[in-house]
Design a protein around this ligand. Structure first.
Ligand code: NDP
Length: 490
């Protein structure tokens, strides 16, 4: 575990194996953090929050540290990218790109934490203008951050950078599948920056470690990325403790193609949406809605492109799709493929484990057609390379189908008709909408879900606001208190 600025042993003896999903090689073990470990880390984070070293740090001091973290990432992109790939099997070239961009999240929050207008005065109409009212933005205190395995350090940045910018301290529980990069990242941060000890702590472990962090009474704010099912559990516990919580959850995002679209771009957008990262992205465009006039053509092109995807070792620059991240995830994807077939959908390509790849985590890129929106493969998040193609007859039907889901993380439309695009943007229930694009994010653009895809936002100014609470301060310059039995609320 990494607690109080250094590695330390867990209070328990159990360990977690970390394996490379390409061939199943176990290459690291980490402790399975106990409730006592979580308690220690939260205590350390509380002490750091109350320390002069961190408590007195001004926004400009925090900016300097956030920039130092960004520089540290920039100097170690290759190593961090390799760790990510070895944990979750995502393409090394994608992970390298992600690590090259990662520093920008820290720089962005370093910049904007100095622009937060604590001290904004409110012209309250009281006592002939003799009341002085202003707002202060204050950090919550200790943030419990729980992250998923698909983009471990990116999801860490979405929480850690704004939490730090706002002056909080953090205890992170990374996924059991991908704990190593967070631990190494913490070590690098403490080797190369002036971050005071105890401000960032990492306690690896299974779900029970996350549950202990969620339930800890001295955690002031929870930030969770993961499945909707576990997110509900986290929200329940947070509700009991009245802990502020933000949730980034799953999706079943519609990627909608109209006949007037550039079909080449649109099909590439579908590929980007569902086969990049082996389909293991929260924003996967897993429901491909295609107008009936171009359905046949889109399916033919998509099937051809999907069958040409080069599977292989994610470290090989020629590889286009690696394995899923672990065997349990392979089984989940496989079960969904079987359910699609059992419920009457048809596979045009894929659906099997390829015979020519090592390990037990590869699944072919898969396209389902004859899908109805009430089938399991259209309703539940598969989190794998499985596209469910649904045909629609007109714009109204496309919108109905797009919104007929419990999720609302992302959506895309492919059309040259900007009036149609605007109607879609206004009507679709999703936290992110792309027009003639898919799977783009940026540090300064808010990201998060409608409906069961989450609560709150990460990234952008909204992402920083999640880590502040607001205090309204009233100074009486009039000298008169007034009628003590009447609330002056006019
Ligand atoms: P899980 O919900 O299984 O796990 C997420 C994290 O929660 C892990 O660290 C996990 O630990 C931990 N956890 C498990 N049980 C509990 C519990 N009872 N209390 C507290 N924490 C717990 O999700 P996955 O890791 O499988 O990630 C995939 C999911 O994440 C997908 O649904 C995906 O859509 C979503 N996601 C959402 C994003 C977004 O921004 N909206 C971005 C990326 C992913 P452990 O790993 O040990 O089980």
């Amino acid at each position: 575990m990494f607690v109080d600025g250094r590695f330390r042993a867990s209070s328990g003896d159990d360990r977690i194996d970390v394996s490379f999903p390409y061939d199943g090689t176990v290459w690291a073990t980490v402790p399975d953090g106990t409730a006592a470990d979580v308690d220690t880390a939260v205590g350390v984070a509380r002490a750091a929050f109350e320390s002069d070293a961190w408590g007195d740090a001004k926004p400009s001091d925090r900016r300097v540290i956030l920039n130092q973290i960004a520089d540290t990432i920039d100097a170690n992109t290759r190593e961090l990218a390799e760790l990510e790939t070895l944990q979750n099997g995502k393409l090394l070239r994608e992970m390298e790109q992600q690590m090259e961009a990662l520093g920008e999240w820290y720089r962005y929050y370093g910049r904007i934490c100095e622009e937060v207008e604590s001290g904004r005065t409110i012209p309250v109409d009281k006592k002939d203008g003799q009341m002085f009212n202003y707002v202060r933005h204050e950090p919550y205190g200790v943030v419990g951050a729980i992250t998923a395995w698909n983009s471990p350090l990116l999801l860490t940045a979405w929480k850690f950078a704004p939490a730090l910018a706002a002056g909080n301290t953090v205890v992170q529980k990374p996924s059991e599948e991908t704990p190593v990069s967070a631990l190494r990242f913490a070590e690098l941060v403490y080797e190369h920056t002036d971050l005071p000890p105890g401000v960032y702590n990492v306690v690896p472990g299974y779900g029970h470690t996350g549950a202990a962090l969620t339930a800890h009474p001295d955690v002031d704010k929870l930030a969770f990325t993961g499945s909707t099912a576990v997110g509900r559990e986290v929200a329940k516990t947070a509700g009991e403790n009245l802990t502020k919580v933000s949730l980034e959850l799953g999706g079943k995002s519609p990627n909608v193609i109209f006949p007037d679209a550039d079909l080449n771009d649109a099909v590439n957008g579908v590929m980007k949406g569902i086969f990049a990262a082996t389909g293991q992205t929260c924003m996967a465009g897993s429901r491909v809605l295609v107008h009936e006039d171009v359905h046949e053509e889109v399916v033919a092109r998509l099937t051809e492109k999907a069958s040409d995807i080069k599977l292989g070792d994610p470290r090989d620059p020629e590889t286009e799709m690696g394995p899923v991240a672990f065997r349990g995830q392979w089984e989940t994807v496989h079960e969904y493929v079987q359910s699609g077939l059992a419920e009457g959908a048809t596979i045009t390509v894929g659906g099997e484990m390829p015979a020519d790849q090592p390990g037990e985590c590869f699944i072919q890129p898969t396209v389902f057609v004859d899908v109805e929106n009430d089938m399991t493969v259209a309703r539940e998040e598969i989190f794998g390379p499985v596209a469910s193609v649904i045909s629609f007859e007109d714009e109204a039907a496309a919108l109905d189908i797009a919104n007929d889901t419990e999720f609302g993380l992302a959506a895309a439309i492919w059309t040259r008709d900007m009036d149609r695009a605007n109607r879609f943007v206004e009507t679709v229930q999703a936290g992110t909408v792309w027009v003639n694009e898919y799977r783009l994010i940026a540090p300064n653009s808010p990201f998060g879900g409608y409906k069961a895809s989450g609560l709150g936002r990460e990234n952008g100014r909204e992402g920083l606001e999640e880590y502040y609470q607001t205090k309204s301060v009233w100074y009486n310059h009039a000298g008169e208190v007034g009628d003590p039995f009447v609330l002056d609320a006019e």
